[in-house]
Design a protein around this ligand. Sequence first.
Ligand code: HEC
Ligand code: HEC
Ligand code: HEC
Ligand code: HEC
Ligand code: HEC
Length: 399
Amino acid sequence: MKNNDSSPILIFVLGFILLSFIQCKEEKYENVQPLQNTWDFAIPNQELPEGIASLSSKQCGVCHQTHYNEWKLSTHAQAWTDKQFQAELKKETSPFMCINCHIPLQNQQEYIIKGLIDGDIYKPIKELNPKFDYELQQEGINCASCHVRDGAIIGPTGTTKAPHKTVKDTEHLSRNLCISCHNVVAVITPDLVCSFETGDEWKDGPYFGKKDCKTCHMEPITREIVPGYGERLSHLHYFAGSGIPKIDTLATKILNGLVIYPSELKAKHSINDSITYSLTVKNELAGHRVPTGDPERFFLISFQLKNEKEEIVSEKTDRIGEHWVWHPEAKKLSDNNFYPNEERTFNFSYLASEKGIFTLYVAVTKHRLSKEHADYNKLEKDYPLFITIFKESYITHLK
Ligand code: HEC
Ligand code: HEC
Ligand code: HEC
Ligand code: HEC
Ligand code: HEC
């Protein structure tokens, strides 16, 4: 040990430099508040599990091809690149924590947030993340977001057949994982509010203890999870939702919560000719309210009666969804979302003042967001806003 004598001095000098550096930093930010809420934090930087070359979904897909192909079609895979998300993220009013459920791993984030100056969410103390990986960021909620923790792949069995380190943790891979992102009610600033209550809606409803998030959104299936390894219990990874696609060409698997029971069209020929029709709508298949989650979702139930000349003689539209005011203070004004198993009947009637052939057009559409909000976010024309889940036309003769 050649430098034995000088090392205490060296340590002293280094210590002094370090101390003055820390003091310098502390002087720079006087009142630093630590992060507080769960959604303020990213999942800490993850190390590569033994036997894995990269944390990217693409890499998992080399062996788990079917899981990869399904996940690729899910909105989870679009959670970062989504045009609406990117448009909102660029606004000055969007604080740092917006990304924590959309790219949840620290490895996907360019900066590590150390605290907030004066506790102000718009003044985060940022440090460059040495483990930042651009490719991982593009993948949104990727395989590793749900499956990689503490240098291992978390799985439901802890199989020893895998070439990677695998740990069994069924508690982690449960509904709690889904609810950690799909249930947040928080006032972030007066006009910025998070309101996703899917977890609570499910807990308060008839499916609690019977069917949970995975039962309906990750259907069980027996198949090989890696070719040549034999069949076993597996689960679809589409995370199918309302099915309103994110981009034109992307066909996701669709779930419909509402079941629609149309009546017959009735036309009465008496003193006053009248046309009546009703549509019974029941939330028969969703484990929570419909619509759920994002307050911007809504359904329209519309009736349009046209005469022989294709002129509209009567029309009616009902809207199912939430109504909010956002400025100056966000507040929910009303909400007529369907509860699980709730049934409602929508009636249409028309008192005819003319004879002839009439056609009633009936449609139920579900909407990701309104046209006005899409325009406000400057979303391109090809961003799909809604899909039609029921469409019928009925012809009647009034003589
Ligand atoms: C606690 C987790 C969480 C945080 C934090 C979060 N989001 Fe989300 N975000 C979600 C979930 C869950 C959904 C999907 C909701 C659904 O479809 O029911 C979502 C969906 C979205 C969508 C897509 C809506 C659509 O119609 O497809 C946008 C845009 C979005 N979030 C923007 C933001 C912005 C901006 C912030 C910061 C103010 C933010 N998010 C913070 C969980 C979060
Ligand atoms: C080189 C091939 C290979 C790669 C790459 C790979 N896996 Fe695996 N994985 C396997 C094999 C083989 C099994 C065991 C197959 C079986 O049980 O039938 C397995 C099993 C699993 C399981 C089930 C564990 C359990 O507890 O039952 C999960 C979850 C999993 N892998 C996730 C991933 C994720 C996430 C990635 C990417 C970060 C990944 N794998 C990358 C080959 C691979
Ligand atoms: C890390 C946070 C996170 C976790 C964990 C998570 N989700 Fe999501 N989920 C999101 C976000 C964010 C979106 C919206 C992405 C977008 O629209 O861009 C979403 C979208 C969805 C959608 C589709 C919504 C749509 O617009 O089509 C369904 C269904 C869904 N998640 C179910 C689940 C289930 C089931 C689980 C548990 C197995 C789960 N999620 C776990 C954050 C998460
Ligand atoms: C009994 C089956 C069932 C259960 C249990 C269930 N869901 Fe759903 N979920 C559905 C159906 C069906 C839809 C589609 C509703 C529609 O758009 O018509 C849906 C829609 C959603 C959506 C909205 C997707 C979108 O595109 O707007 C999210 C998010 C979601 N579920 C998350 C969850 C979470 C999280 C849980 C667990 C707490 C859960 N679900 C439990 C059946 C279920
Ligand atoms: C939103 C969270 C989430 C994402 C993203 C996700 N998984 Fe899973 N995965 C789960 C859950 C939850 C289970 C456990 C299902 C069970 O057994 O209860 C699971 C199970 C598995 C299994 C075990 C076999 C099976 O199908 O049940 C494999 C293999 C797997 N996932 C691979 C992947 C790969 C590869 C990706 C990315 C392409 C991925 N997962 C993305 C939540 C996720």
